[in-house]
Ligand binder design. Structure first.
Ligand code: UT7
Length: 339
């Protein structure tokens, strides 16, 4: 018997209400709307208020994805995040409980900006194994909590948000059925995107003690932007082409390439490298910035709501992030209403 395919059947998103424009940032930092727009394509991002944590965003997006799927229950929750509510325990069980899902399987996935695609692959794998029949896959991040307030290069890019999909077991020929995911990593680049302190290598409580780490703790997210730029383009393009091949599609067959919304220049370079017209690559970062694990479901919902993404479109999802990590997955877009 063939393993069950995972079919995407619901999509929900949530953004915190506070918008931060480029001009807002320029009032605090040595930057400008012109620089941010021309170097990244970003115009606005949303930031959670201090009492709102990643689980709060994840619950809102999860609730909407369940509504979009017409369900009030699933058998599991996989949450992709780099900004869990706490270092321990995982945030997914709390999200599952707050959604009223009972004692279902739930865990977090950490693959930074590729997190949503790793979580999607994990959810599909649980369905193929028969462990669950349906699963809520959420990408949620609150990067505003880990950005250095003085770092204009990361503050200009990242925003908070959450997006979620419901996967159910079904047939590989159905619209929404996920193709075989493509996943990869290269830990030799782990320093390029990092929060250096606060883990087991440099516990925060050891700084300033006799036996502690040298120097000062750095609890903030750091990114060597230029160094990851080229890798992001190559890895996202190559992973997307592999995912399309696994689906039996040529480049021309790809109707929509929904790529992690890191930077408009990266989106254009990925499309150019793949030799697909740029207009097939939906853009959402102008409105929300780079929302890390949430970026693909947020971009999907925006594209579906605006008609850029239509039922039947042969769609490839692709992402790149810290780790380094990357991934891609193909599906024929299903007929659903994002919530
Ligand atoms: O999401 C996961 C993966 N992440 C990515 O894929 C991000 C990839 N990288 C990028 O998107 C870009 O590299 C950035 C947007 C982060 C930076 O753009 P860039 O064109 O690569 O600029 P750069 O880092 O080479 O910096 C050029 C200059 C520097 O000044 P100096 O050293 O030449 O004087 C920066 O300090 O631009 C400066 N700069 C800024 N200036 C005004 C950096 N950020 C800003 C800013 N406003 N916000």
């Amino acid at each position: 018997m063939n393993a069950a395919a995972a079919v995407l059947c619901g999509l929900g998103t949530w953004l915190p209400p506070q918008a931060v424009t480029n001009d807002d940032l320029a009032r605090e930092l040595d930057t400008s709307d012109a620089w941010i727009r021309s170097r990244t394509g970003i115009g606005t991002r949303f930031v959670a208020t201090p009492t709102v944590a990643t689980s709060d965003l994840a619950v809102e997006a999860g609730r909407r994805a369940l509504k979009s799927a017409g369900r009030d229950a699933v058998d599991g929750v996989v949450l992709a995040t780099t900004t869990p509510d706490r270092p321990c325990p995982a945030t997914a069980p709390l999200v599952a409980a707050r959604l009223g899902l009972g004692t279902v399987a739930s865990f977090d996935v950490g693959a930074v900006c590729t997190g949503f695609l790793y979580a999607l692959a994990a959810g599909a794998g649980l369905i193929a194994a028969g462990t669950v029949d349906s699963v809520l896959v959420i990408g949620a991040d609150t990067y505003s909590r880990i950005l250095d307030p003085a770092d204009r290069s990361t503050r200009a890019i990242f925003g908070d948000g959450a997006g979620a999909v419901v996967l159910r077991s079904g047939d590989a020929t159905e619209p929404g059925a996920l193709g075989t995911p493509v996943l990869g990593s290269d830990g030799t680049g782990s320093e390029l995107i990092t929060v250096r302190s606060g883990g087991s290598r440099e516990p925060l409580h050891t700084f300033g003690t006799d036996t502690g780490a040298d120097g000062r703790a750095d609890p903030y997210f750091r990114m060597a932007g230029k160094a990851v730029f080229r890798s992001a383009v190559e890895r996202m393009a190559d992973a997307a082409l592999s995912a399309a091949r696994r689906a039996g599609w040529t480049t021309d067959d790809i109707d929509r390439l929904v790529a992690h919304q890191a930077n408009l220049r990266i989106l254009h370079a990925v499309a150019d490298r793949m030799r697909i017209p740029r207009h097939r690559c939906p853009v959402h970062l102008d409105q929300v910035g780079n929302t890390a694990a949430a970026s693909i479901p947020l971009a999907l919902a925006h594209a579906a709501a605006t008609g850029t993404l239509a039922p039947g479109h042969r769609t490839v999802l692709t992402a790149f992030g810290g780790g380094l990590t990357w991934g891609a997955c193909a599906l024929r877009w299903p007929d659903l209403t994002p919530a």
